[in-house]
Write a protein that binds this ligand. Structure first.
Ligand code: G6Q
Length: 544
């Protein structure tokens, strides 16, 4: 990043701001107005972080030097932004309402998308209306999605997030891990006559998914007198690899396609979103896509300081590369967003967890931070201790709905109060003097007060972003996901890395294949390192 002239100025500014408590920044009464933005029903407050007008100016200059606007134009135009796989990244085409969408001025992909969508919509309507019957003539009651990574996290997160909007008649289940402890408990509560399996795999070559799909097919057939014709009524596939899905035994009429220019973690808008459409119906699925499309137009056209995804990405660069916060906590105060931290973890860490630039040169600056998190209110009684008083520099991101989805007494008011109190407490902290006052009010003796002051003081100065939204509608969730997709792109662009490949997942996969015959006892473990060999020998000696 040293190639940008603004980098030096940002470094100097960061050194100055590191020693400035965020509390002091609030002497400016307009701070909230100046450092918050709105997009449709979404409020983004970044005033409780270490920014001021000069930081925003510098980030805008950084974006200018890095030609971010050109990057955005290239992305939307379908240029080959995924340079190691020689592909564009065109997930925006899936949700665009435009009648045509061309790859780099060439092929129009919209007719392909619309044809697939028609087939998809027909299937969704048939299943939801009960017209689609299982092998024994009963309508479908349970959908089991079999997929992993990008073929699991998106549909699972969205189905959970929009559960209140769903067709409660269809139960949604998700099998991802190869661990039989994931598959077995799900199958035990499913009725084969009324269960439909969706095998989701872009490549149709993922071992976890194929193993799970085979197990589920065996389970189905064993309850249908091994009548292979039952598979057509209980298995459909979503894939870009029709041949492999056919070889697995899925009828092409039961396949829904997408294309190599849709990355796995960006595929929720394609037929990979089938579980979402089954749960919500096509109309709401289209609203979900429309929310994302609205964020796309905003990203393409808004000036940097008003552009939510660009701003979020640039602020992330500021916090990570200049203020040096080590990890990024995603803290939803919304039970329905339970899987959101996992989803963002994949989106950002798989996209931007890279250490060579687009030209293949090693880089000497930090790229994606570690994202982690969990439901905020539970976290308060678990890991928040470290956030308030630990020695790590964490950046916090809070999310909460203004309205209660299930109004019950004062639950929602208390939930919101908890969320807002946490960001306030993290930012302000409590001085020794304030701690003394509080303990005096509790009636503690002077000596006890002095003993406890170091433990009951809080340094504060812990930054956060807060997102508030009226309610989590399909449209809003669509916008929120697209916001983070484009944040991820913005950061990848500034860091000069390819956000759309994931070579890092390959090595472990290959090693796993090599270890399977050794674990079976068919091949000797002698050529392995001492640790792996020791672990395998322990397994071989201790299993029945
Ligand atoms: C996502 C990644 C990865 C992928 C899974 C499943 O961007 O590529 O998470 O989605 O490995 O791959 P398949 O969909 O091909 O089974």
């Amino acid at each position: 990043m040293d190639k940008f002239k603004t980098t030096e100025a940002l470094r100097t500014k960061a050194e100055q701001m590191k020693s400035q408590h965020i509390r002091e920044l609030f002497e400016d009464e307009n701070r909230f107005t100046e450092f918050s933005r709105q997009f449709e029903g979404l409020l983004f407050d970044f005033s409780k972080s270490k920014v001021d007008a000069e930081v925003l100016d510098l980030l805008e200059s950084l974006a200018g030097e890095a030609k971010l606007q050109q990057g955005i134009a290239d992305l939307f135009a379908g240029k080959e932004v995924n340079n190691t796989e020689n592909r564009p990244a065109l997930h925006m085409a899936l949700r665009s309402a435009e009648p045509s969408y061309r790859i780099d001025g060439g092929e129009d992909v919209k007719p392909l998308i619309l044809a697939e969508e028609q087939k998809f919509a027909k299937f969704v309507n048939n299943v939801r209306s009960g017209k689609w019957k299982g092998h024994t003539g009963k309508p479908i009651k349970t959908i089991v999605n079999i997929g992993i990574g990008g073929s699991d996290l998106g549909p699972k997160m969205v189905c959970q997030a929009l559960k209140p909007n769903s067709n409660q008649q269809l139960r949604m289940r998700f099998i991802s891990s190869i661990d039989a402890n994931h598959v077995f408990p799900i199958l035990t509560v499913c009725d084969p006559e009324t269960t439909l399996f969706i095998v989701e795999s872009k490549t149709f070559g993922t071992e976890e998914t194929l193993t799970n799909a085979n197990t589920c097919r065996g389970w189905l057939l064993s309850s249908m007198s091994n009548d292979a014709s039952a598979v057509a009524k209980h298995f459909v596939a979503v894939t870009t690899n029709i041949e492999k899905a056919r070889a697995f035994g899925i009828d092409p009429r039961n396949m829904f396609g997408f294309w190599d220019w849709v990355g796995g973690r960006y595929s929720v808008w394609s037929a990979i979103g089938l579980p979402i459409a089954l749960s919500l119906g096509m109309e709401q699925f289209k609203e979900f896509q429309a929310g994302a499309a609205a964020m796309d137009s905003h990203f393409k056209t808004a000036p940097i300081k008003k552009n939510l995804p660009a701003l979020l990405g640039l602020l992330g660069v500021w916090n990570q590369n200049f203020l040096e916060y080590k990890t990024h906590a995603i803290l939803p105060y919304d039970e329905y967003l339970r899987w959101f931290p996992d989803y963002l973890q994949q989106l950002e860490m798989e996209s931007n967890g890279k250490s060579v630039n687009k030209g293949g040169q090693p880089i000497d600056y930090k790229t994606c931070p570690i994202l982690w998190g969990g439901q905020g209110n539970n976290g308060q009684h678990a890991f928040y201790q470290l956030l308030h008083q630990g020695t790590r520099y964490v950046f916090h991101e809070f999310f909460a709905p203004v309205e209660a989805t299930n109004p019950m007494g004062d639950h929602h008011l208390k939930l919101l109060a908890n969320c807002l109190a946490q960001s306030e407490a993290l930012m302000k902290g409590r001085t020794a003097e304030e701690a003394r006052e509080a303990m005096k009010a509790e009636g503690l003796s002077d000596s006890e007060i002095e003993r406890l002051v170091p433990f009951r003081s809080f340094a504060g100065d812990k930054p956060s972003h807060t997102f508030l939204y009226k309610e989590l509608t399909p449209r809003l969730l669509g916008s929120l996901i697209a916001l983070y997709e484009h944040k991820t792109f913005t950061q990848g662009w500034i860091w000069d890395i390819n956000s759309f490949d994931q070579w890092g997942v390959e090595l472990g996969k290959q090693m796993c294949k090599r270890l399977q015959p050794i674990l079976s006892g068919d091949v000797s473990a002698d050529n392995l390192d001492a640790s792996t060999k020791g672990l395998i020998n322990y397994t071989l000696e201790n299993r029945d």
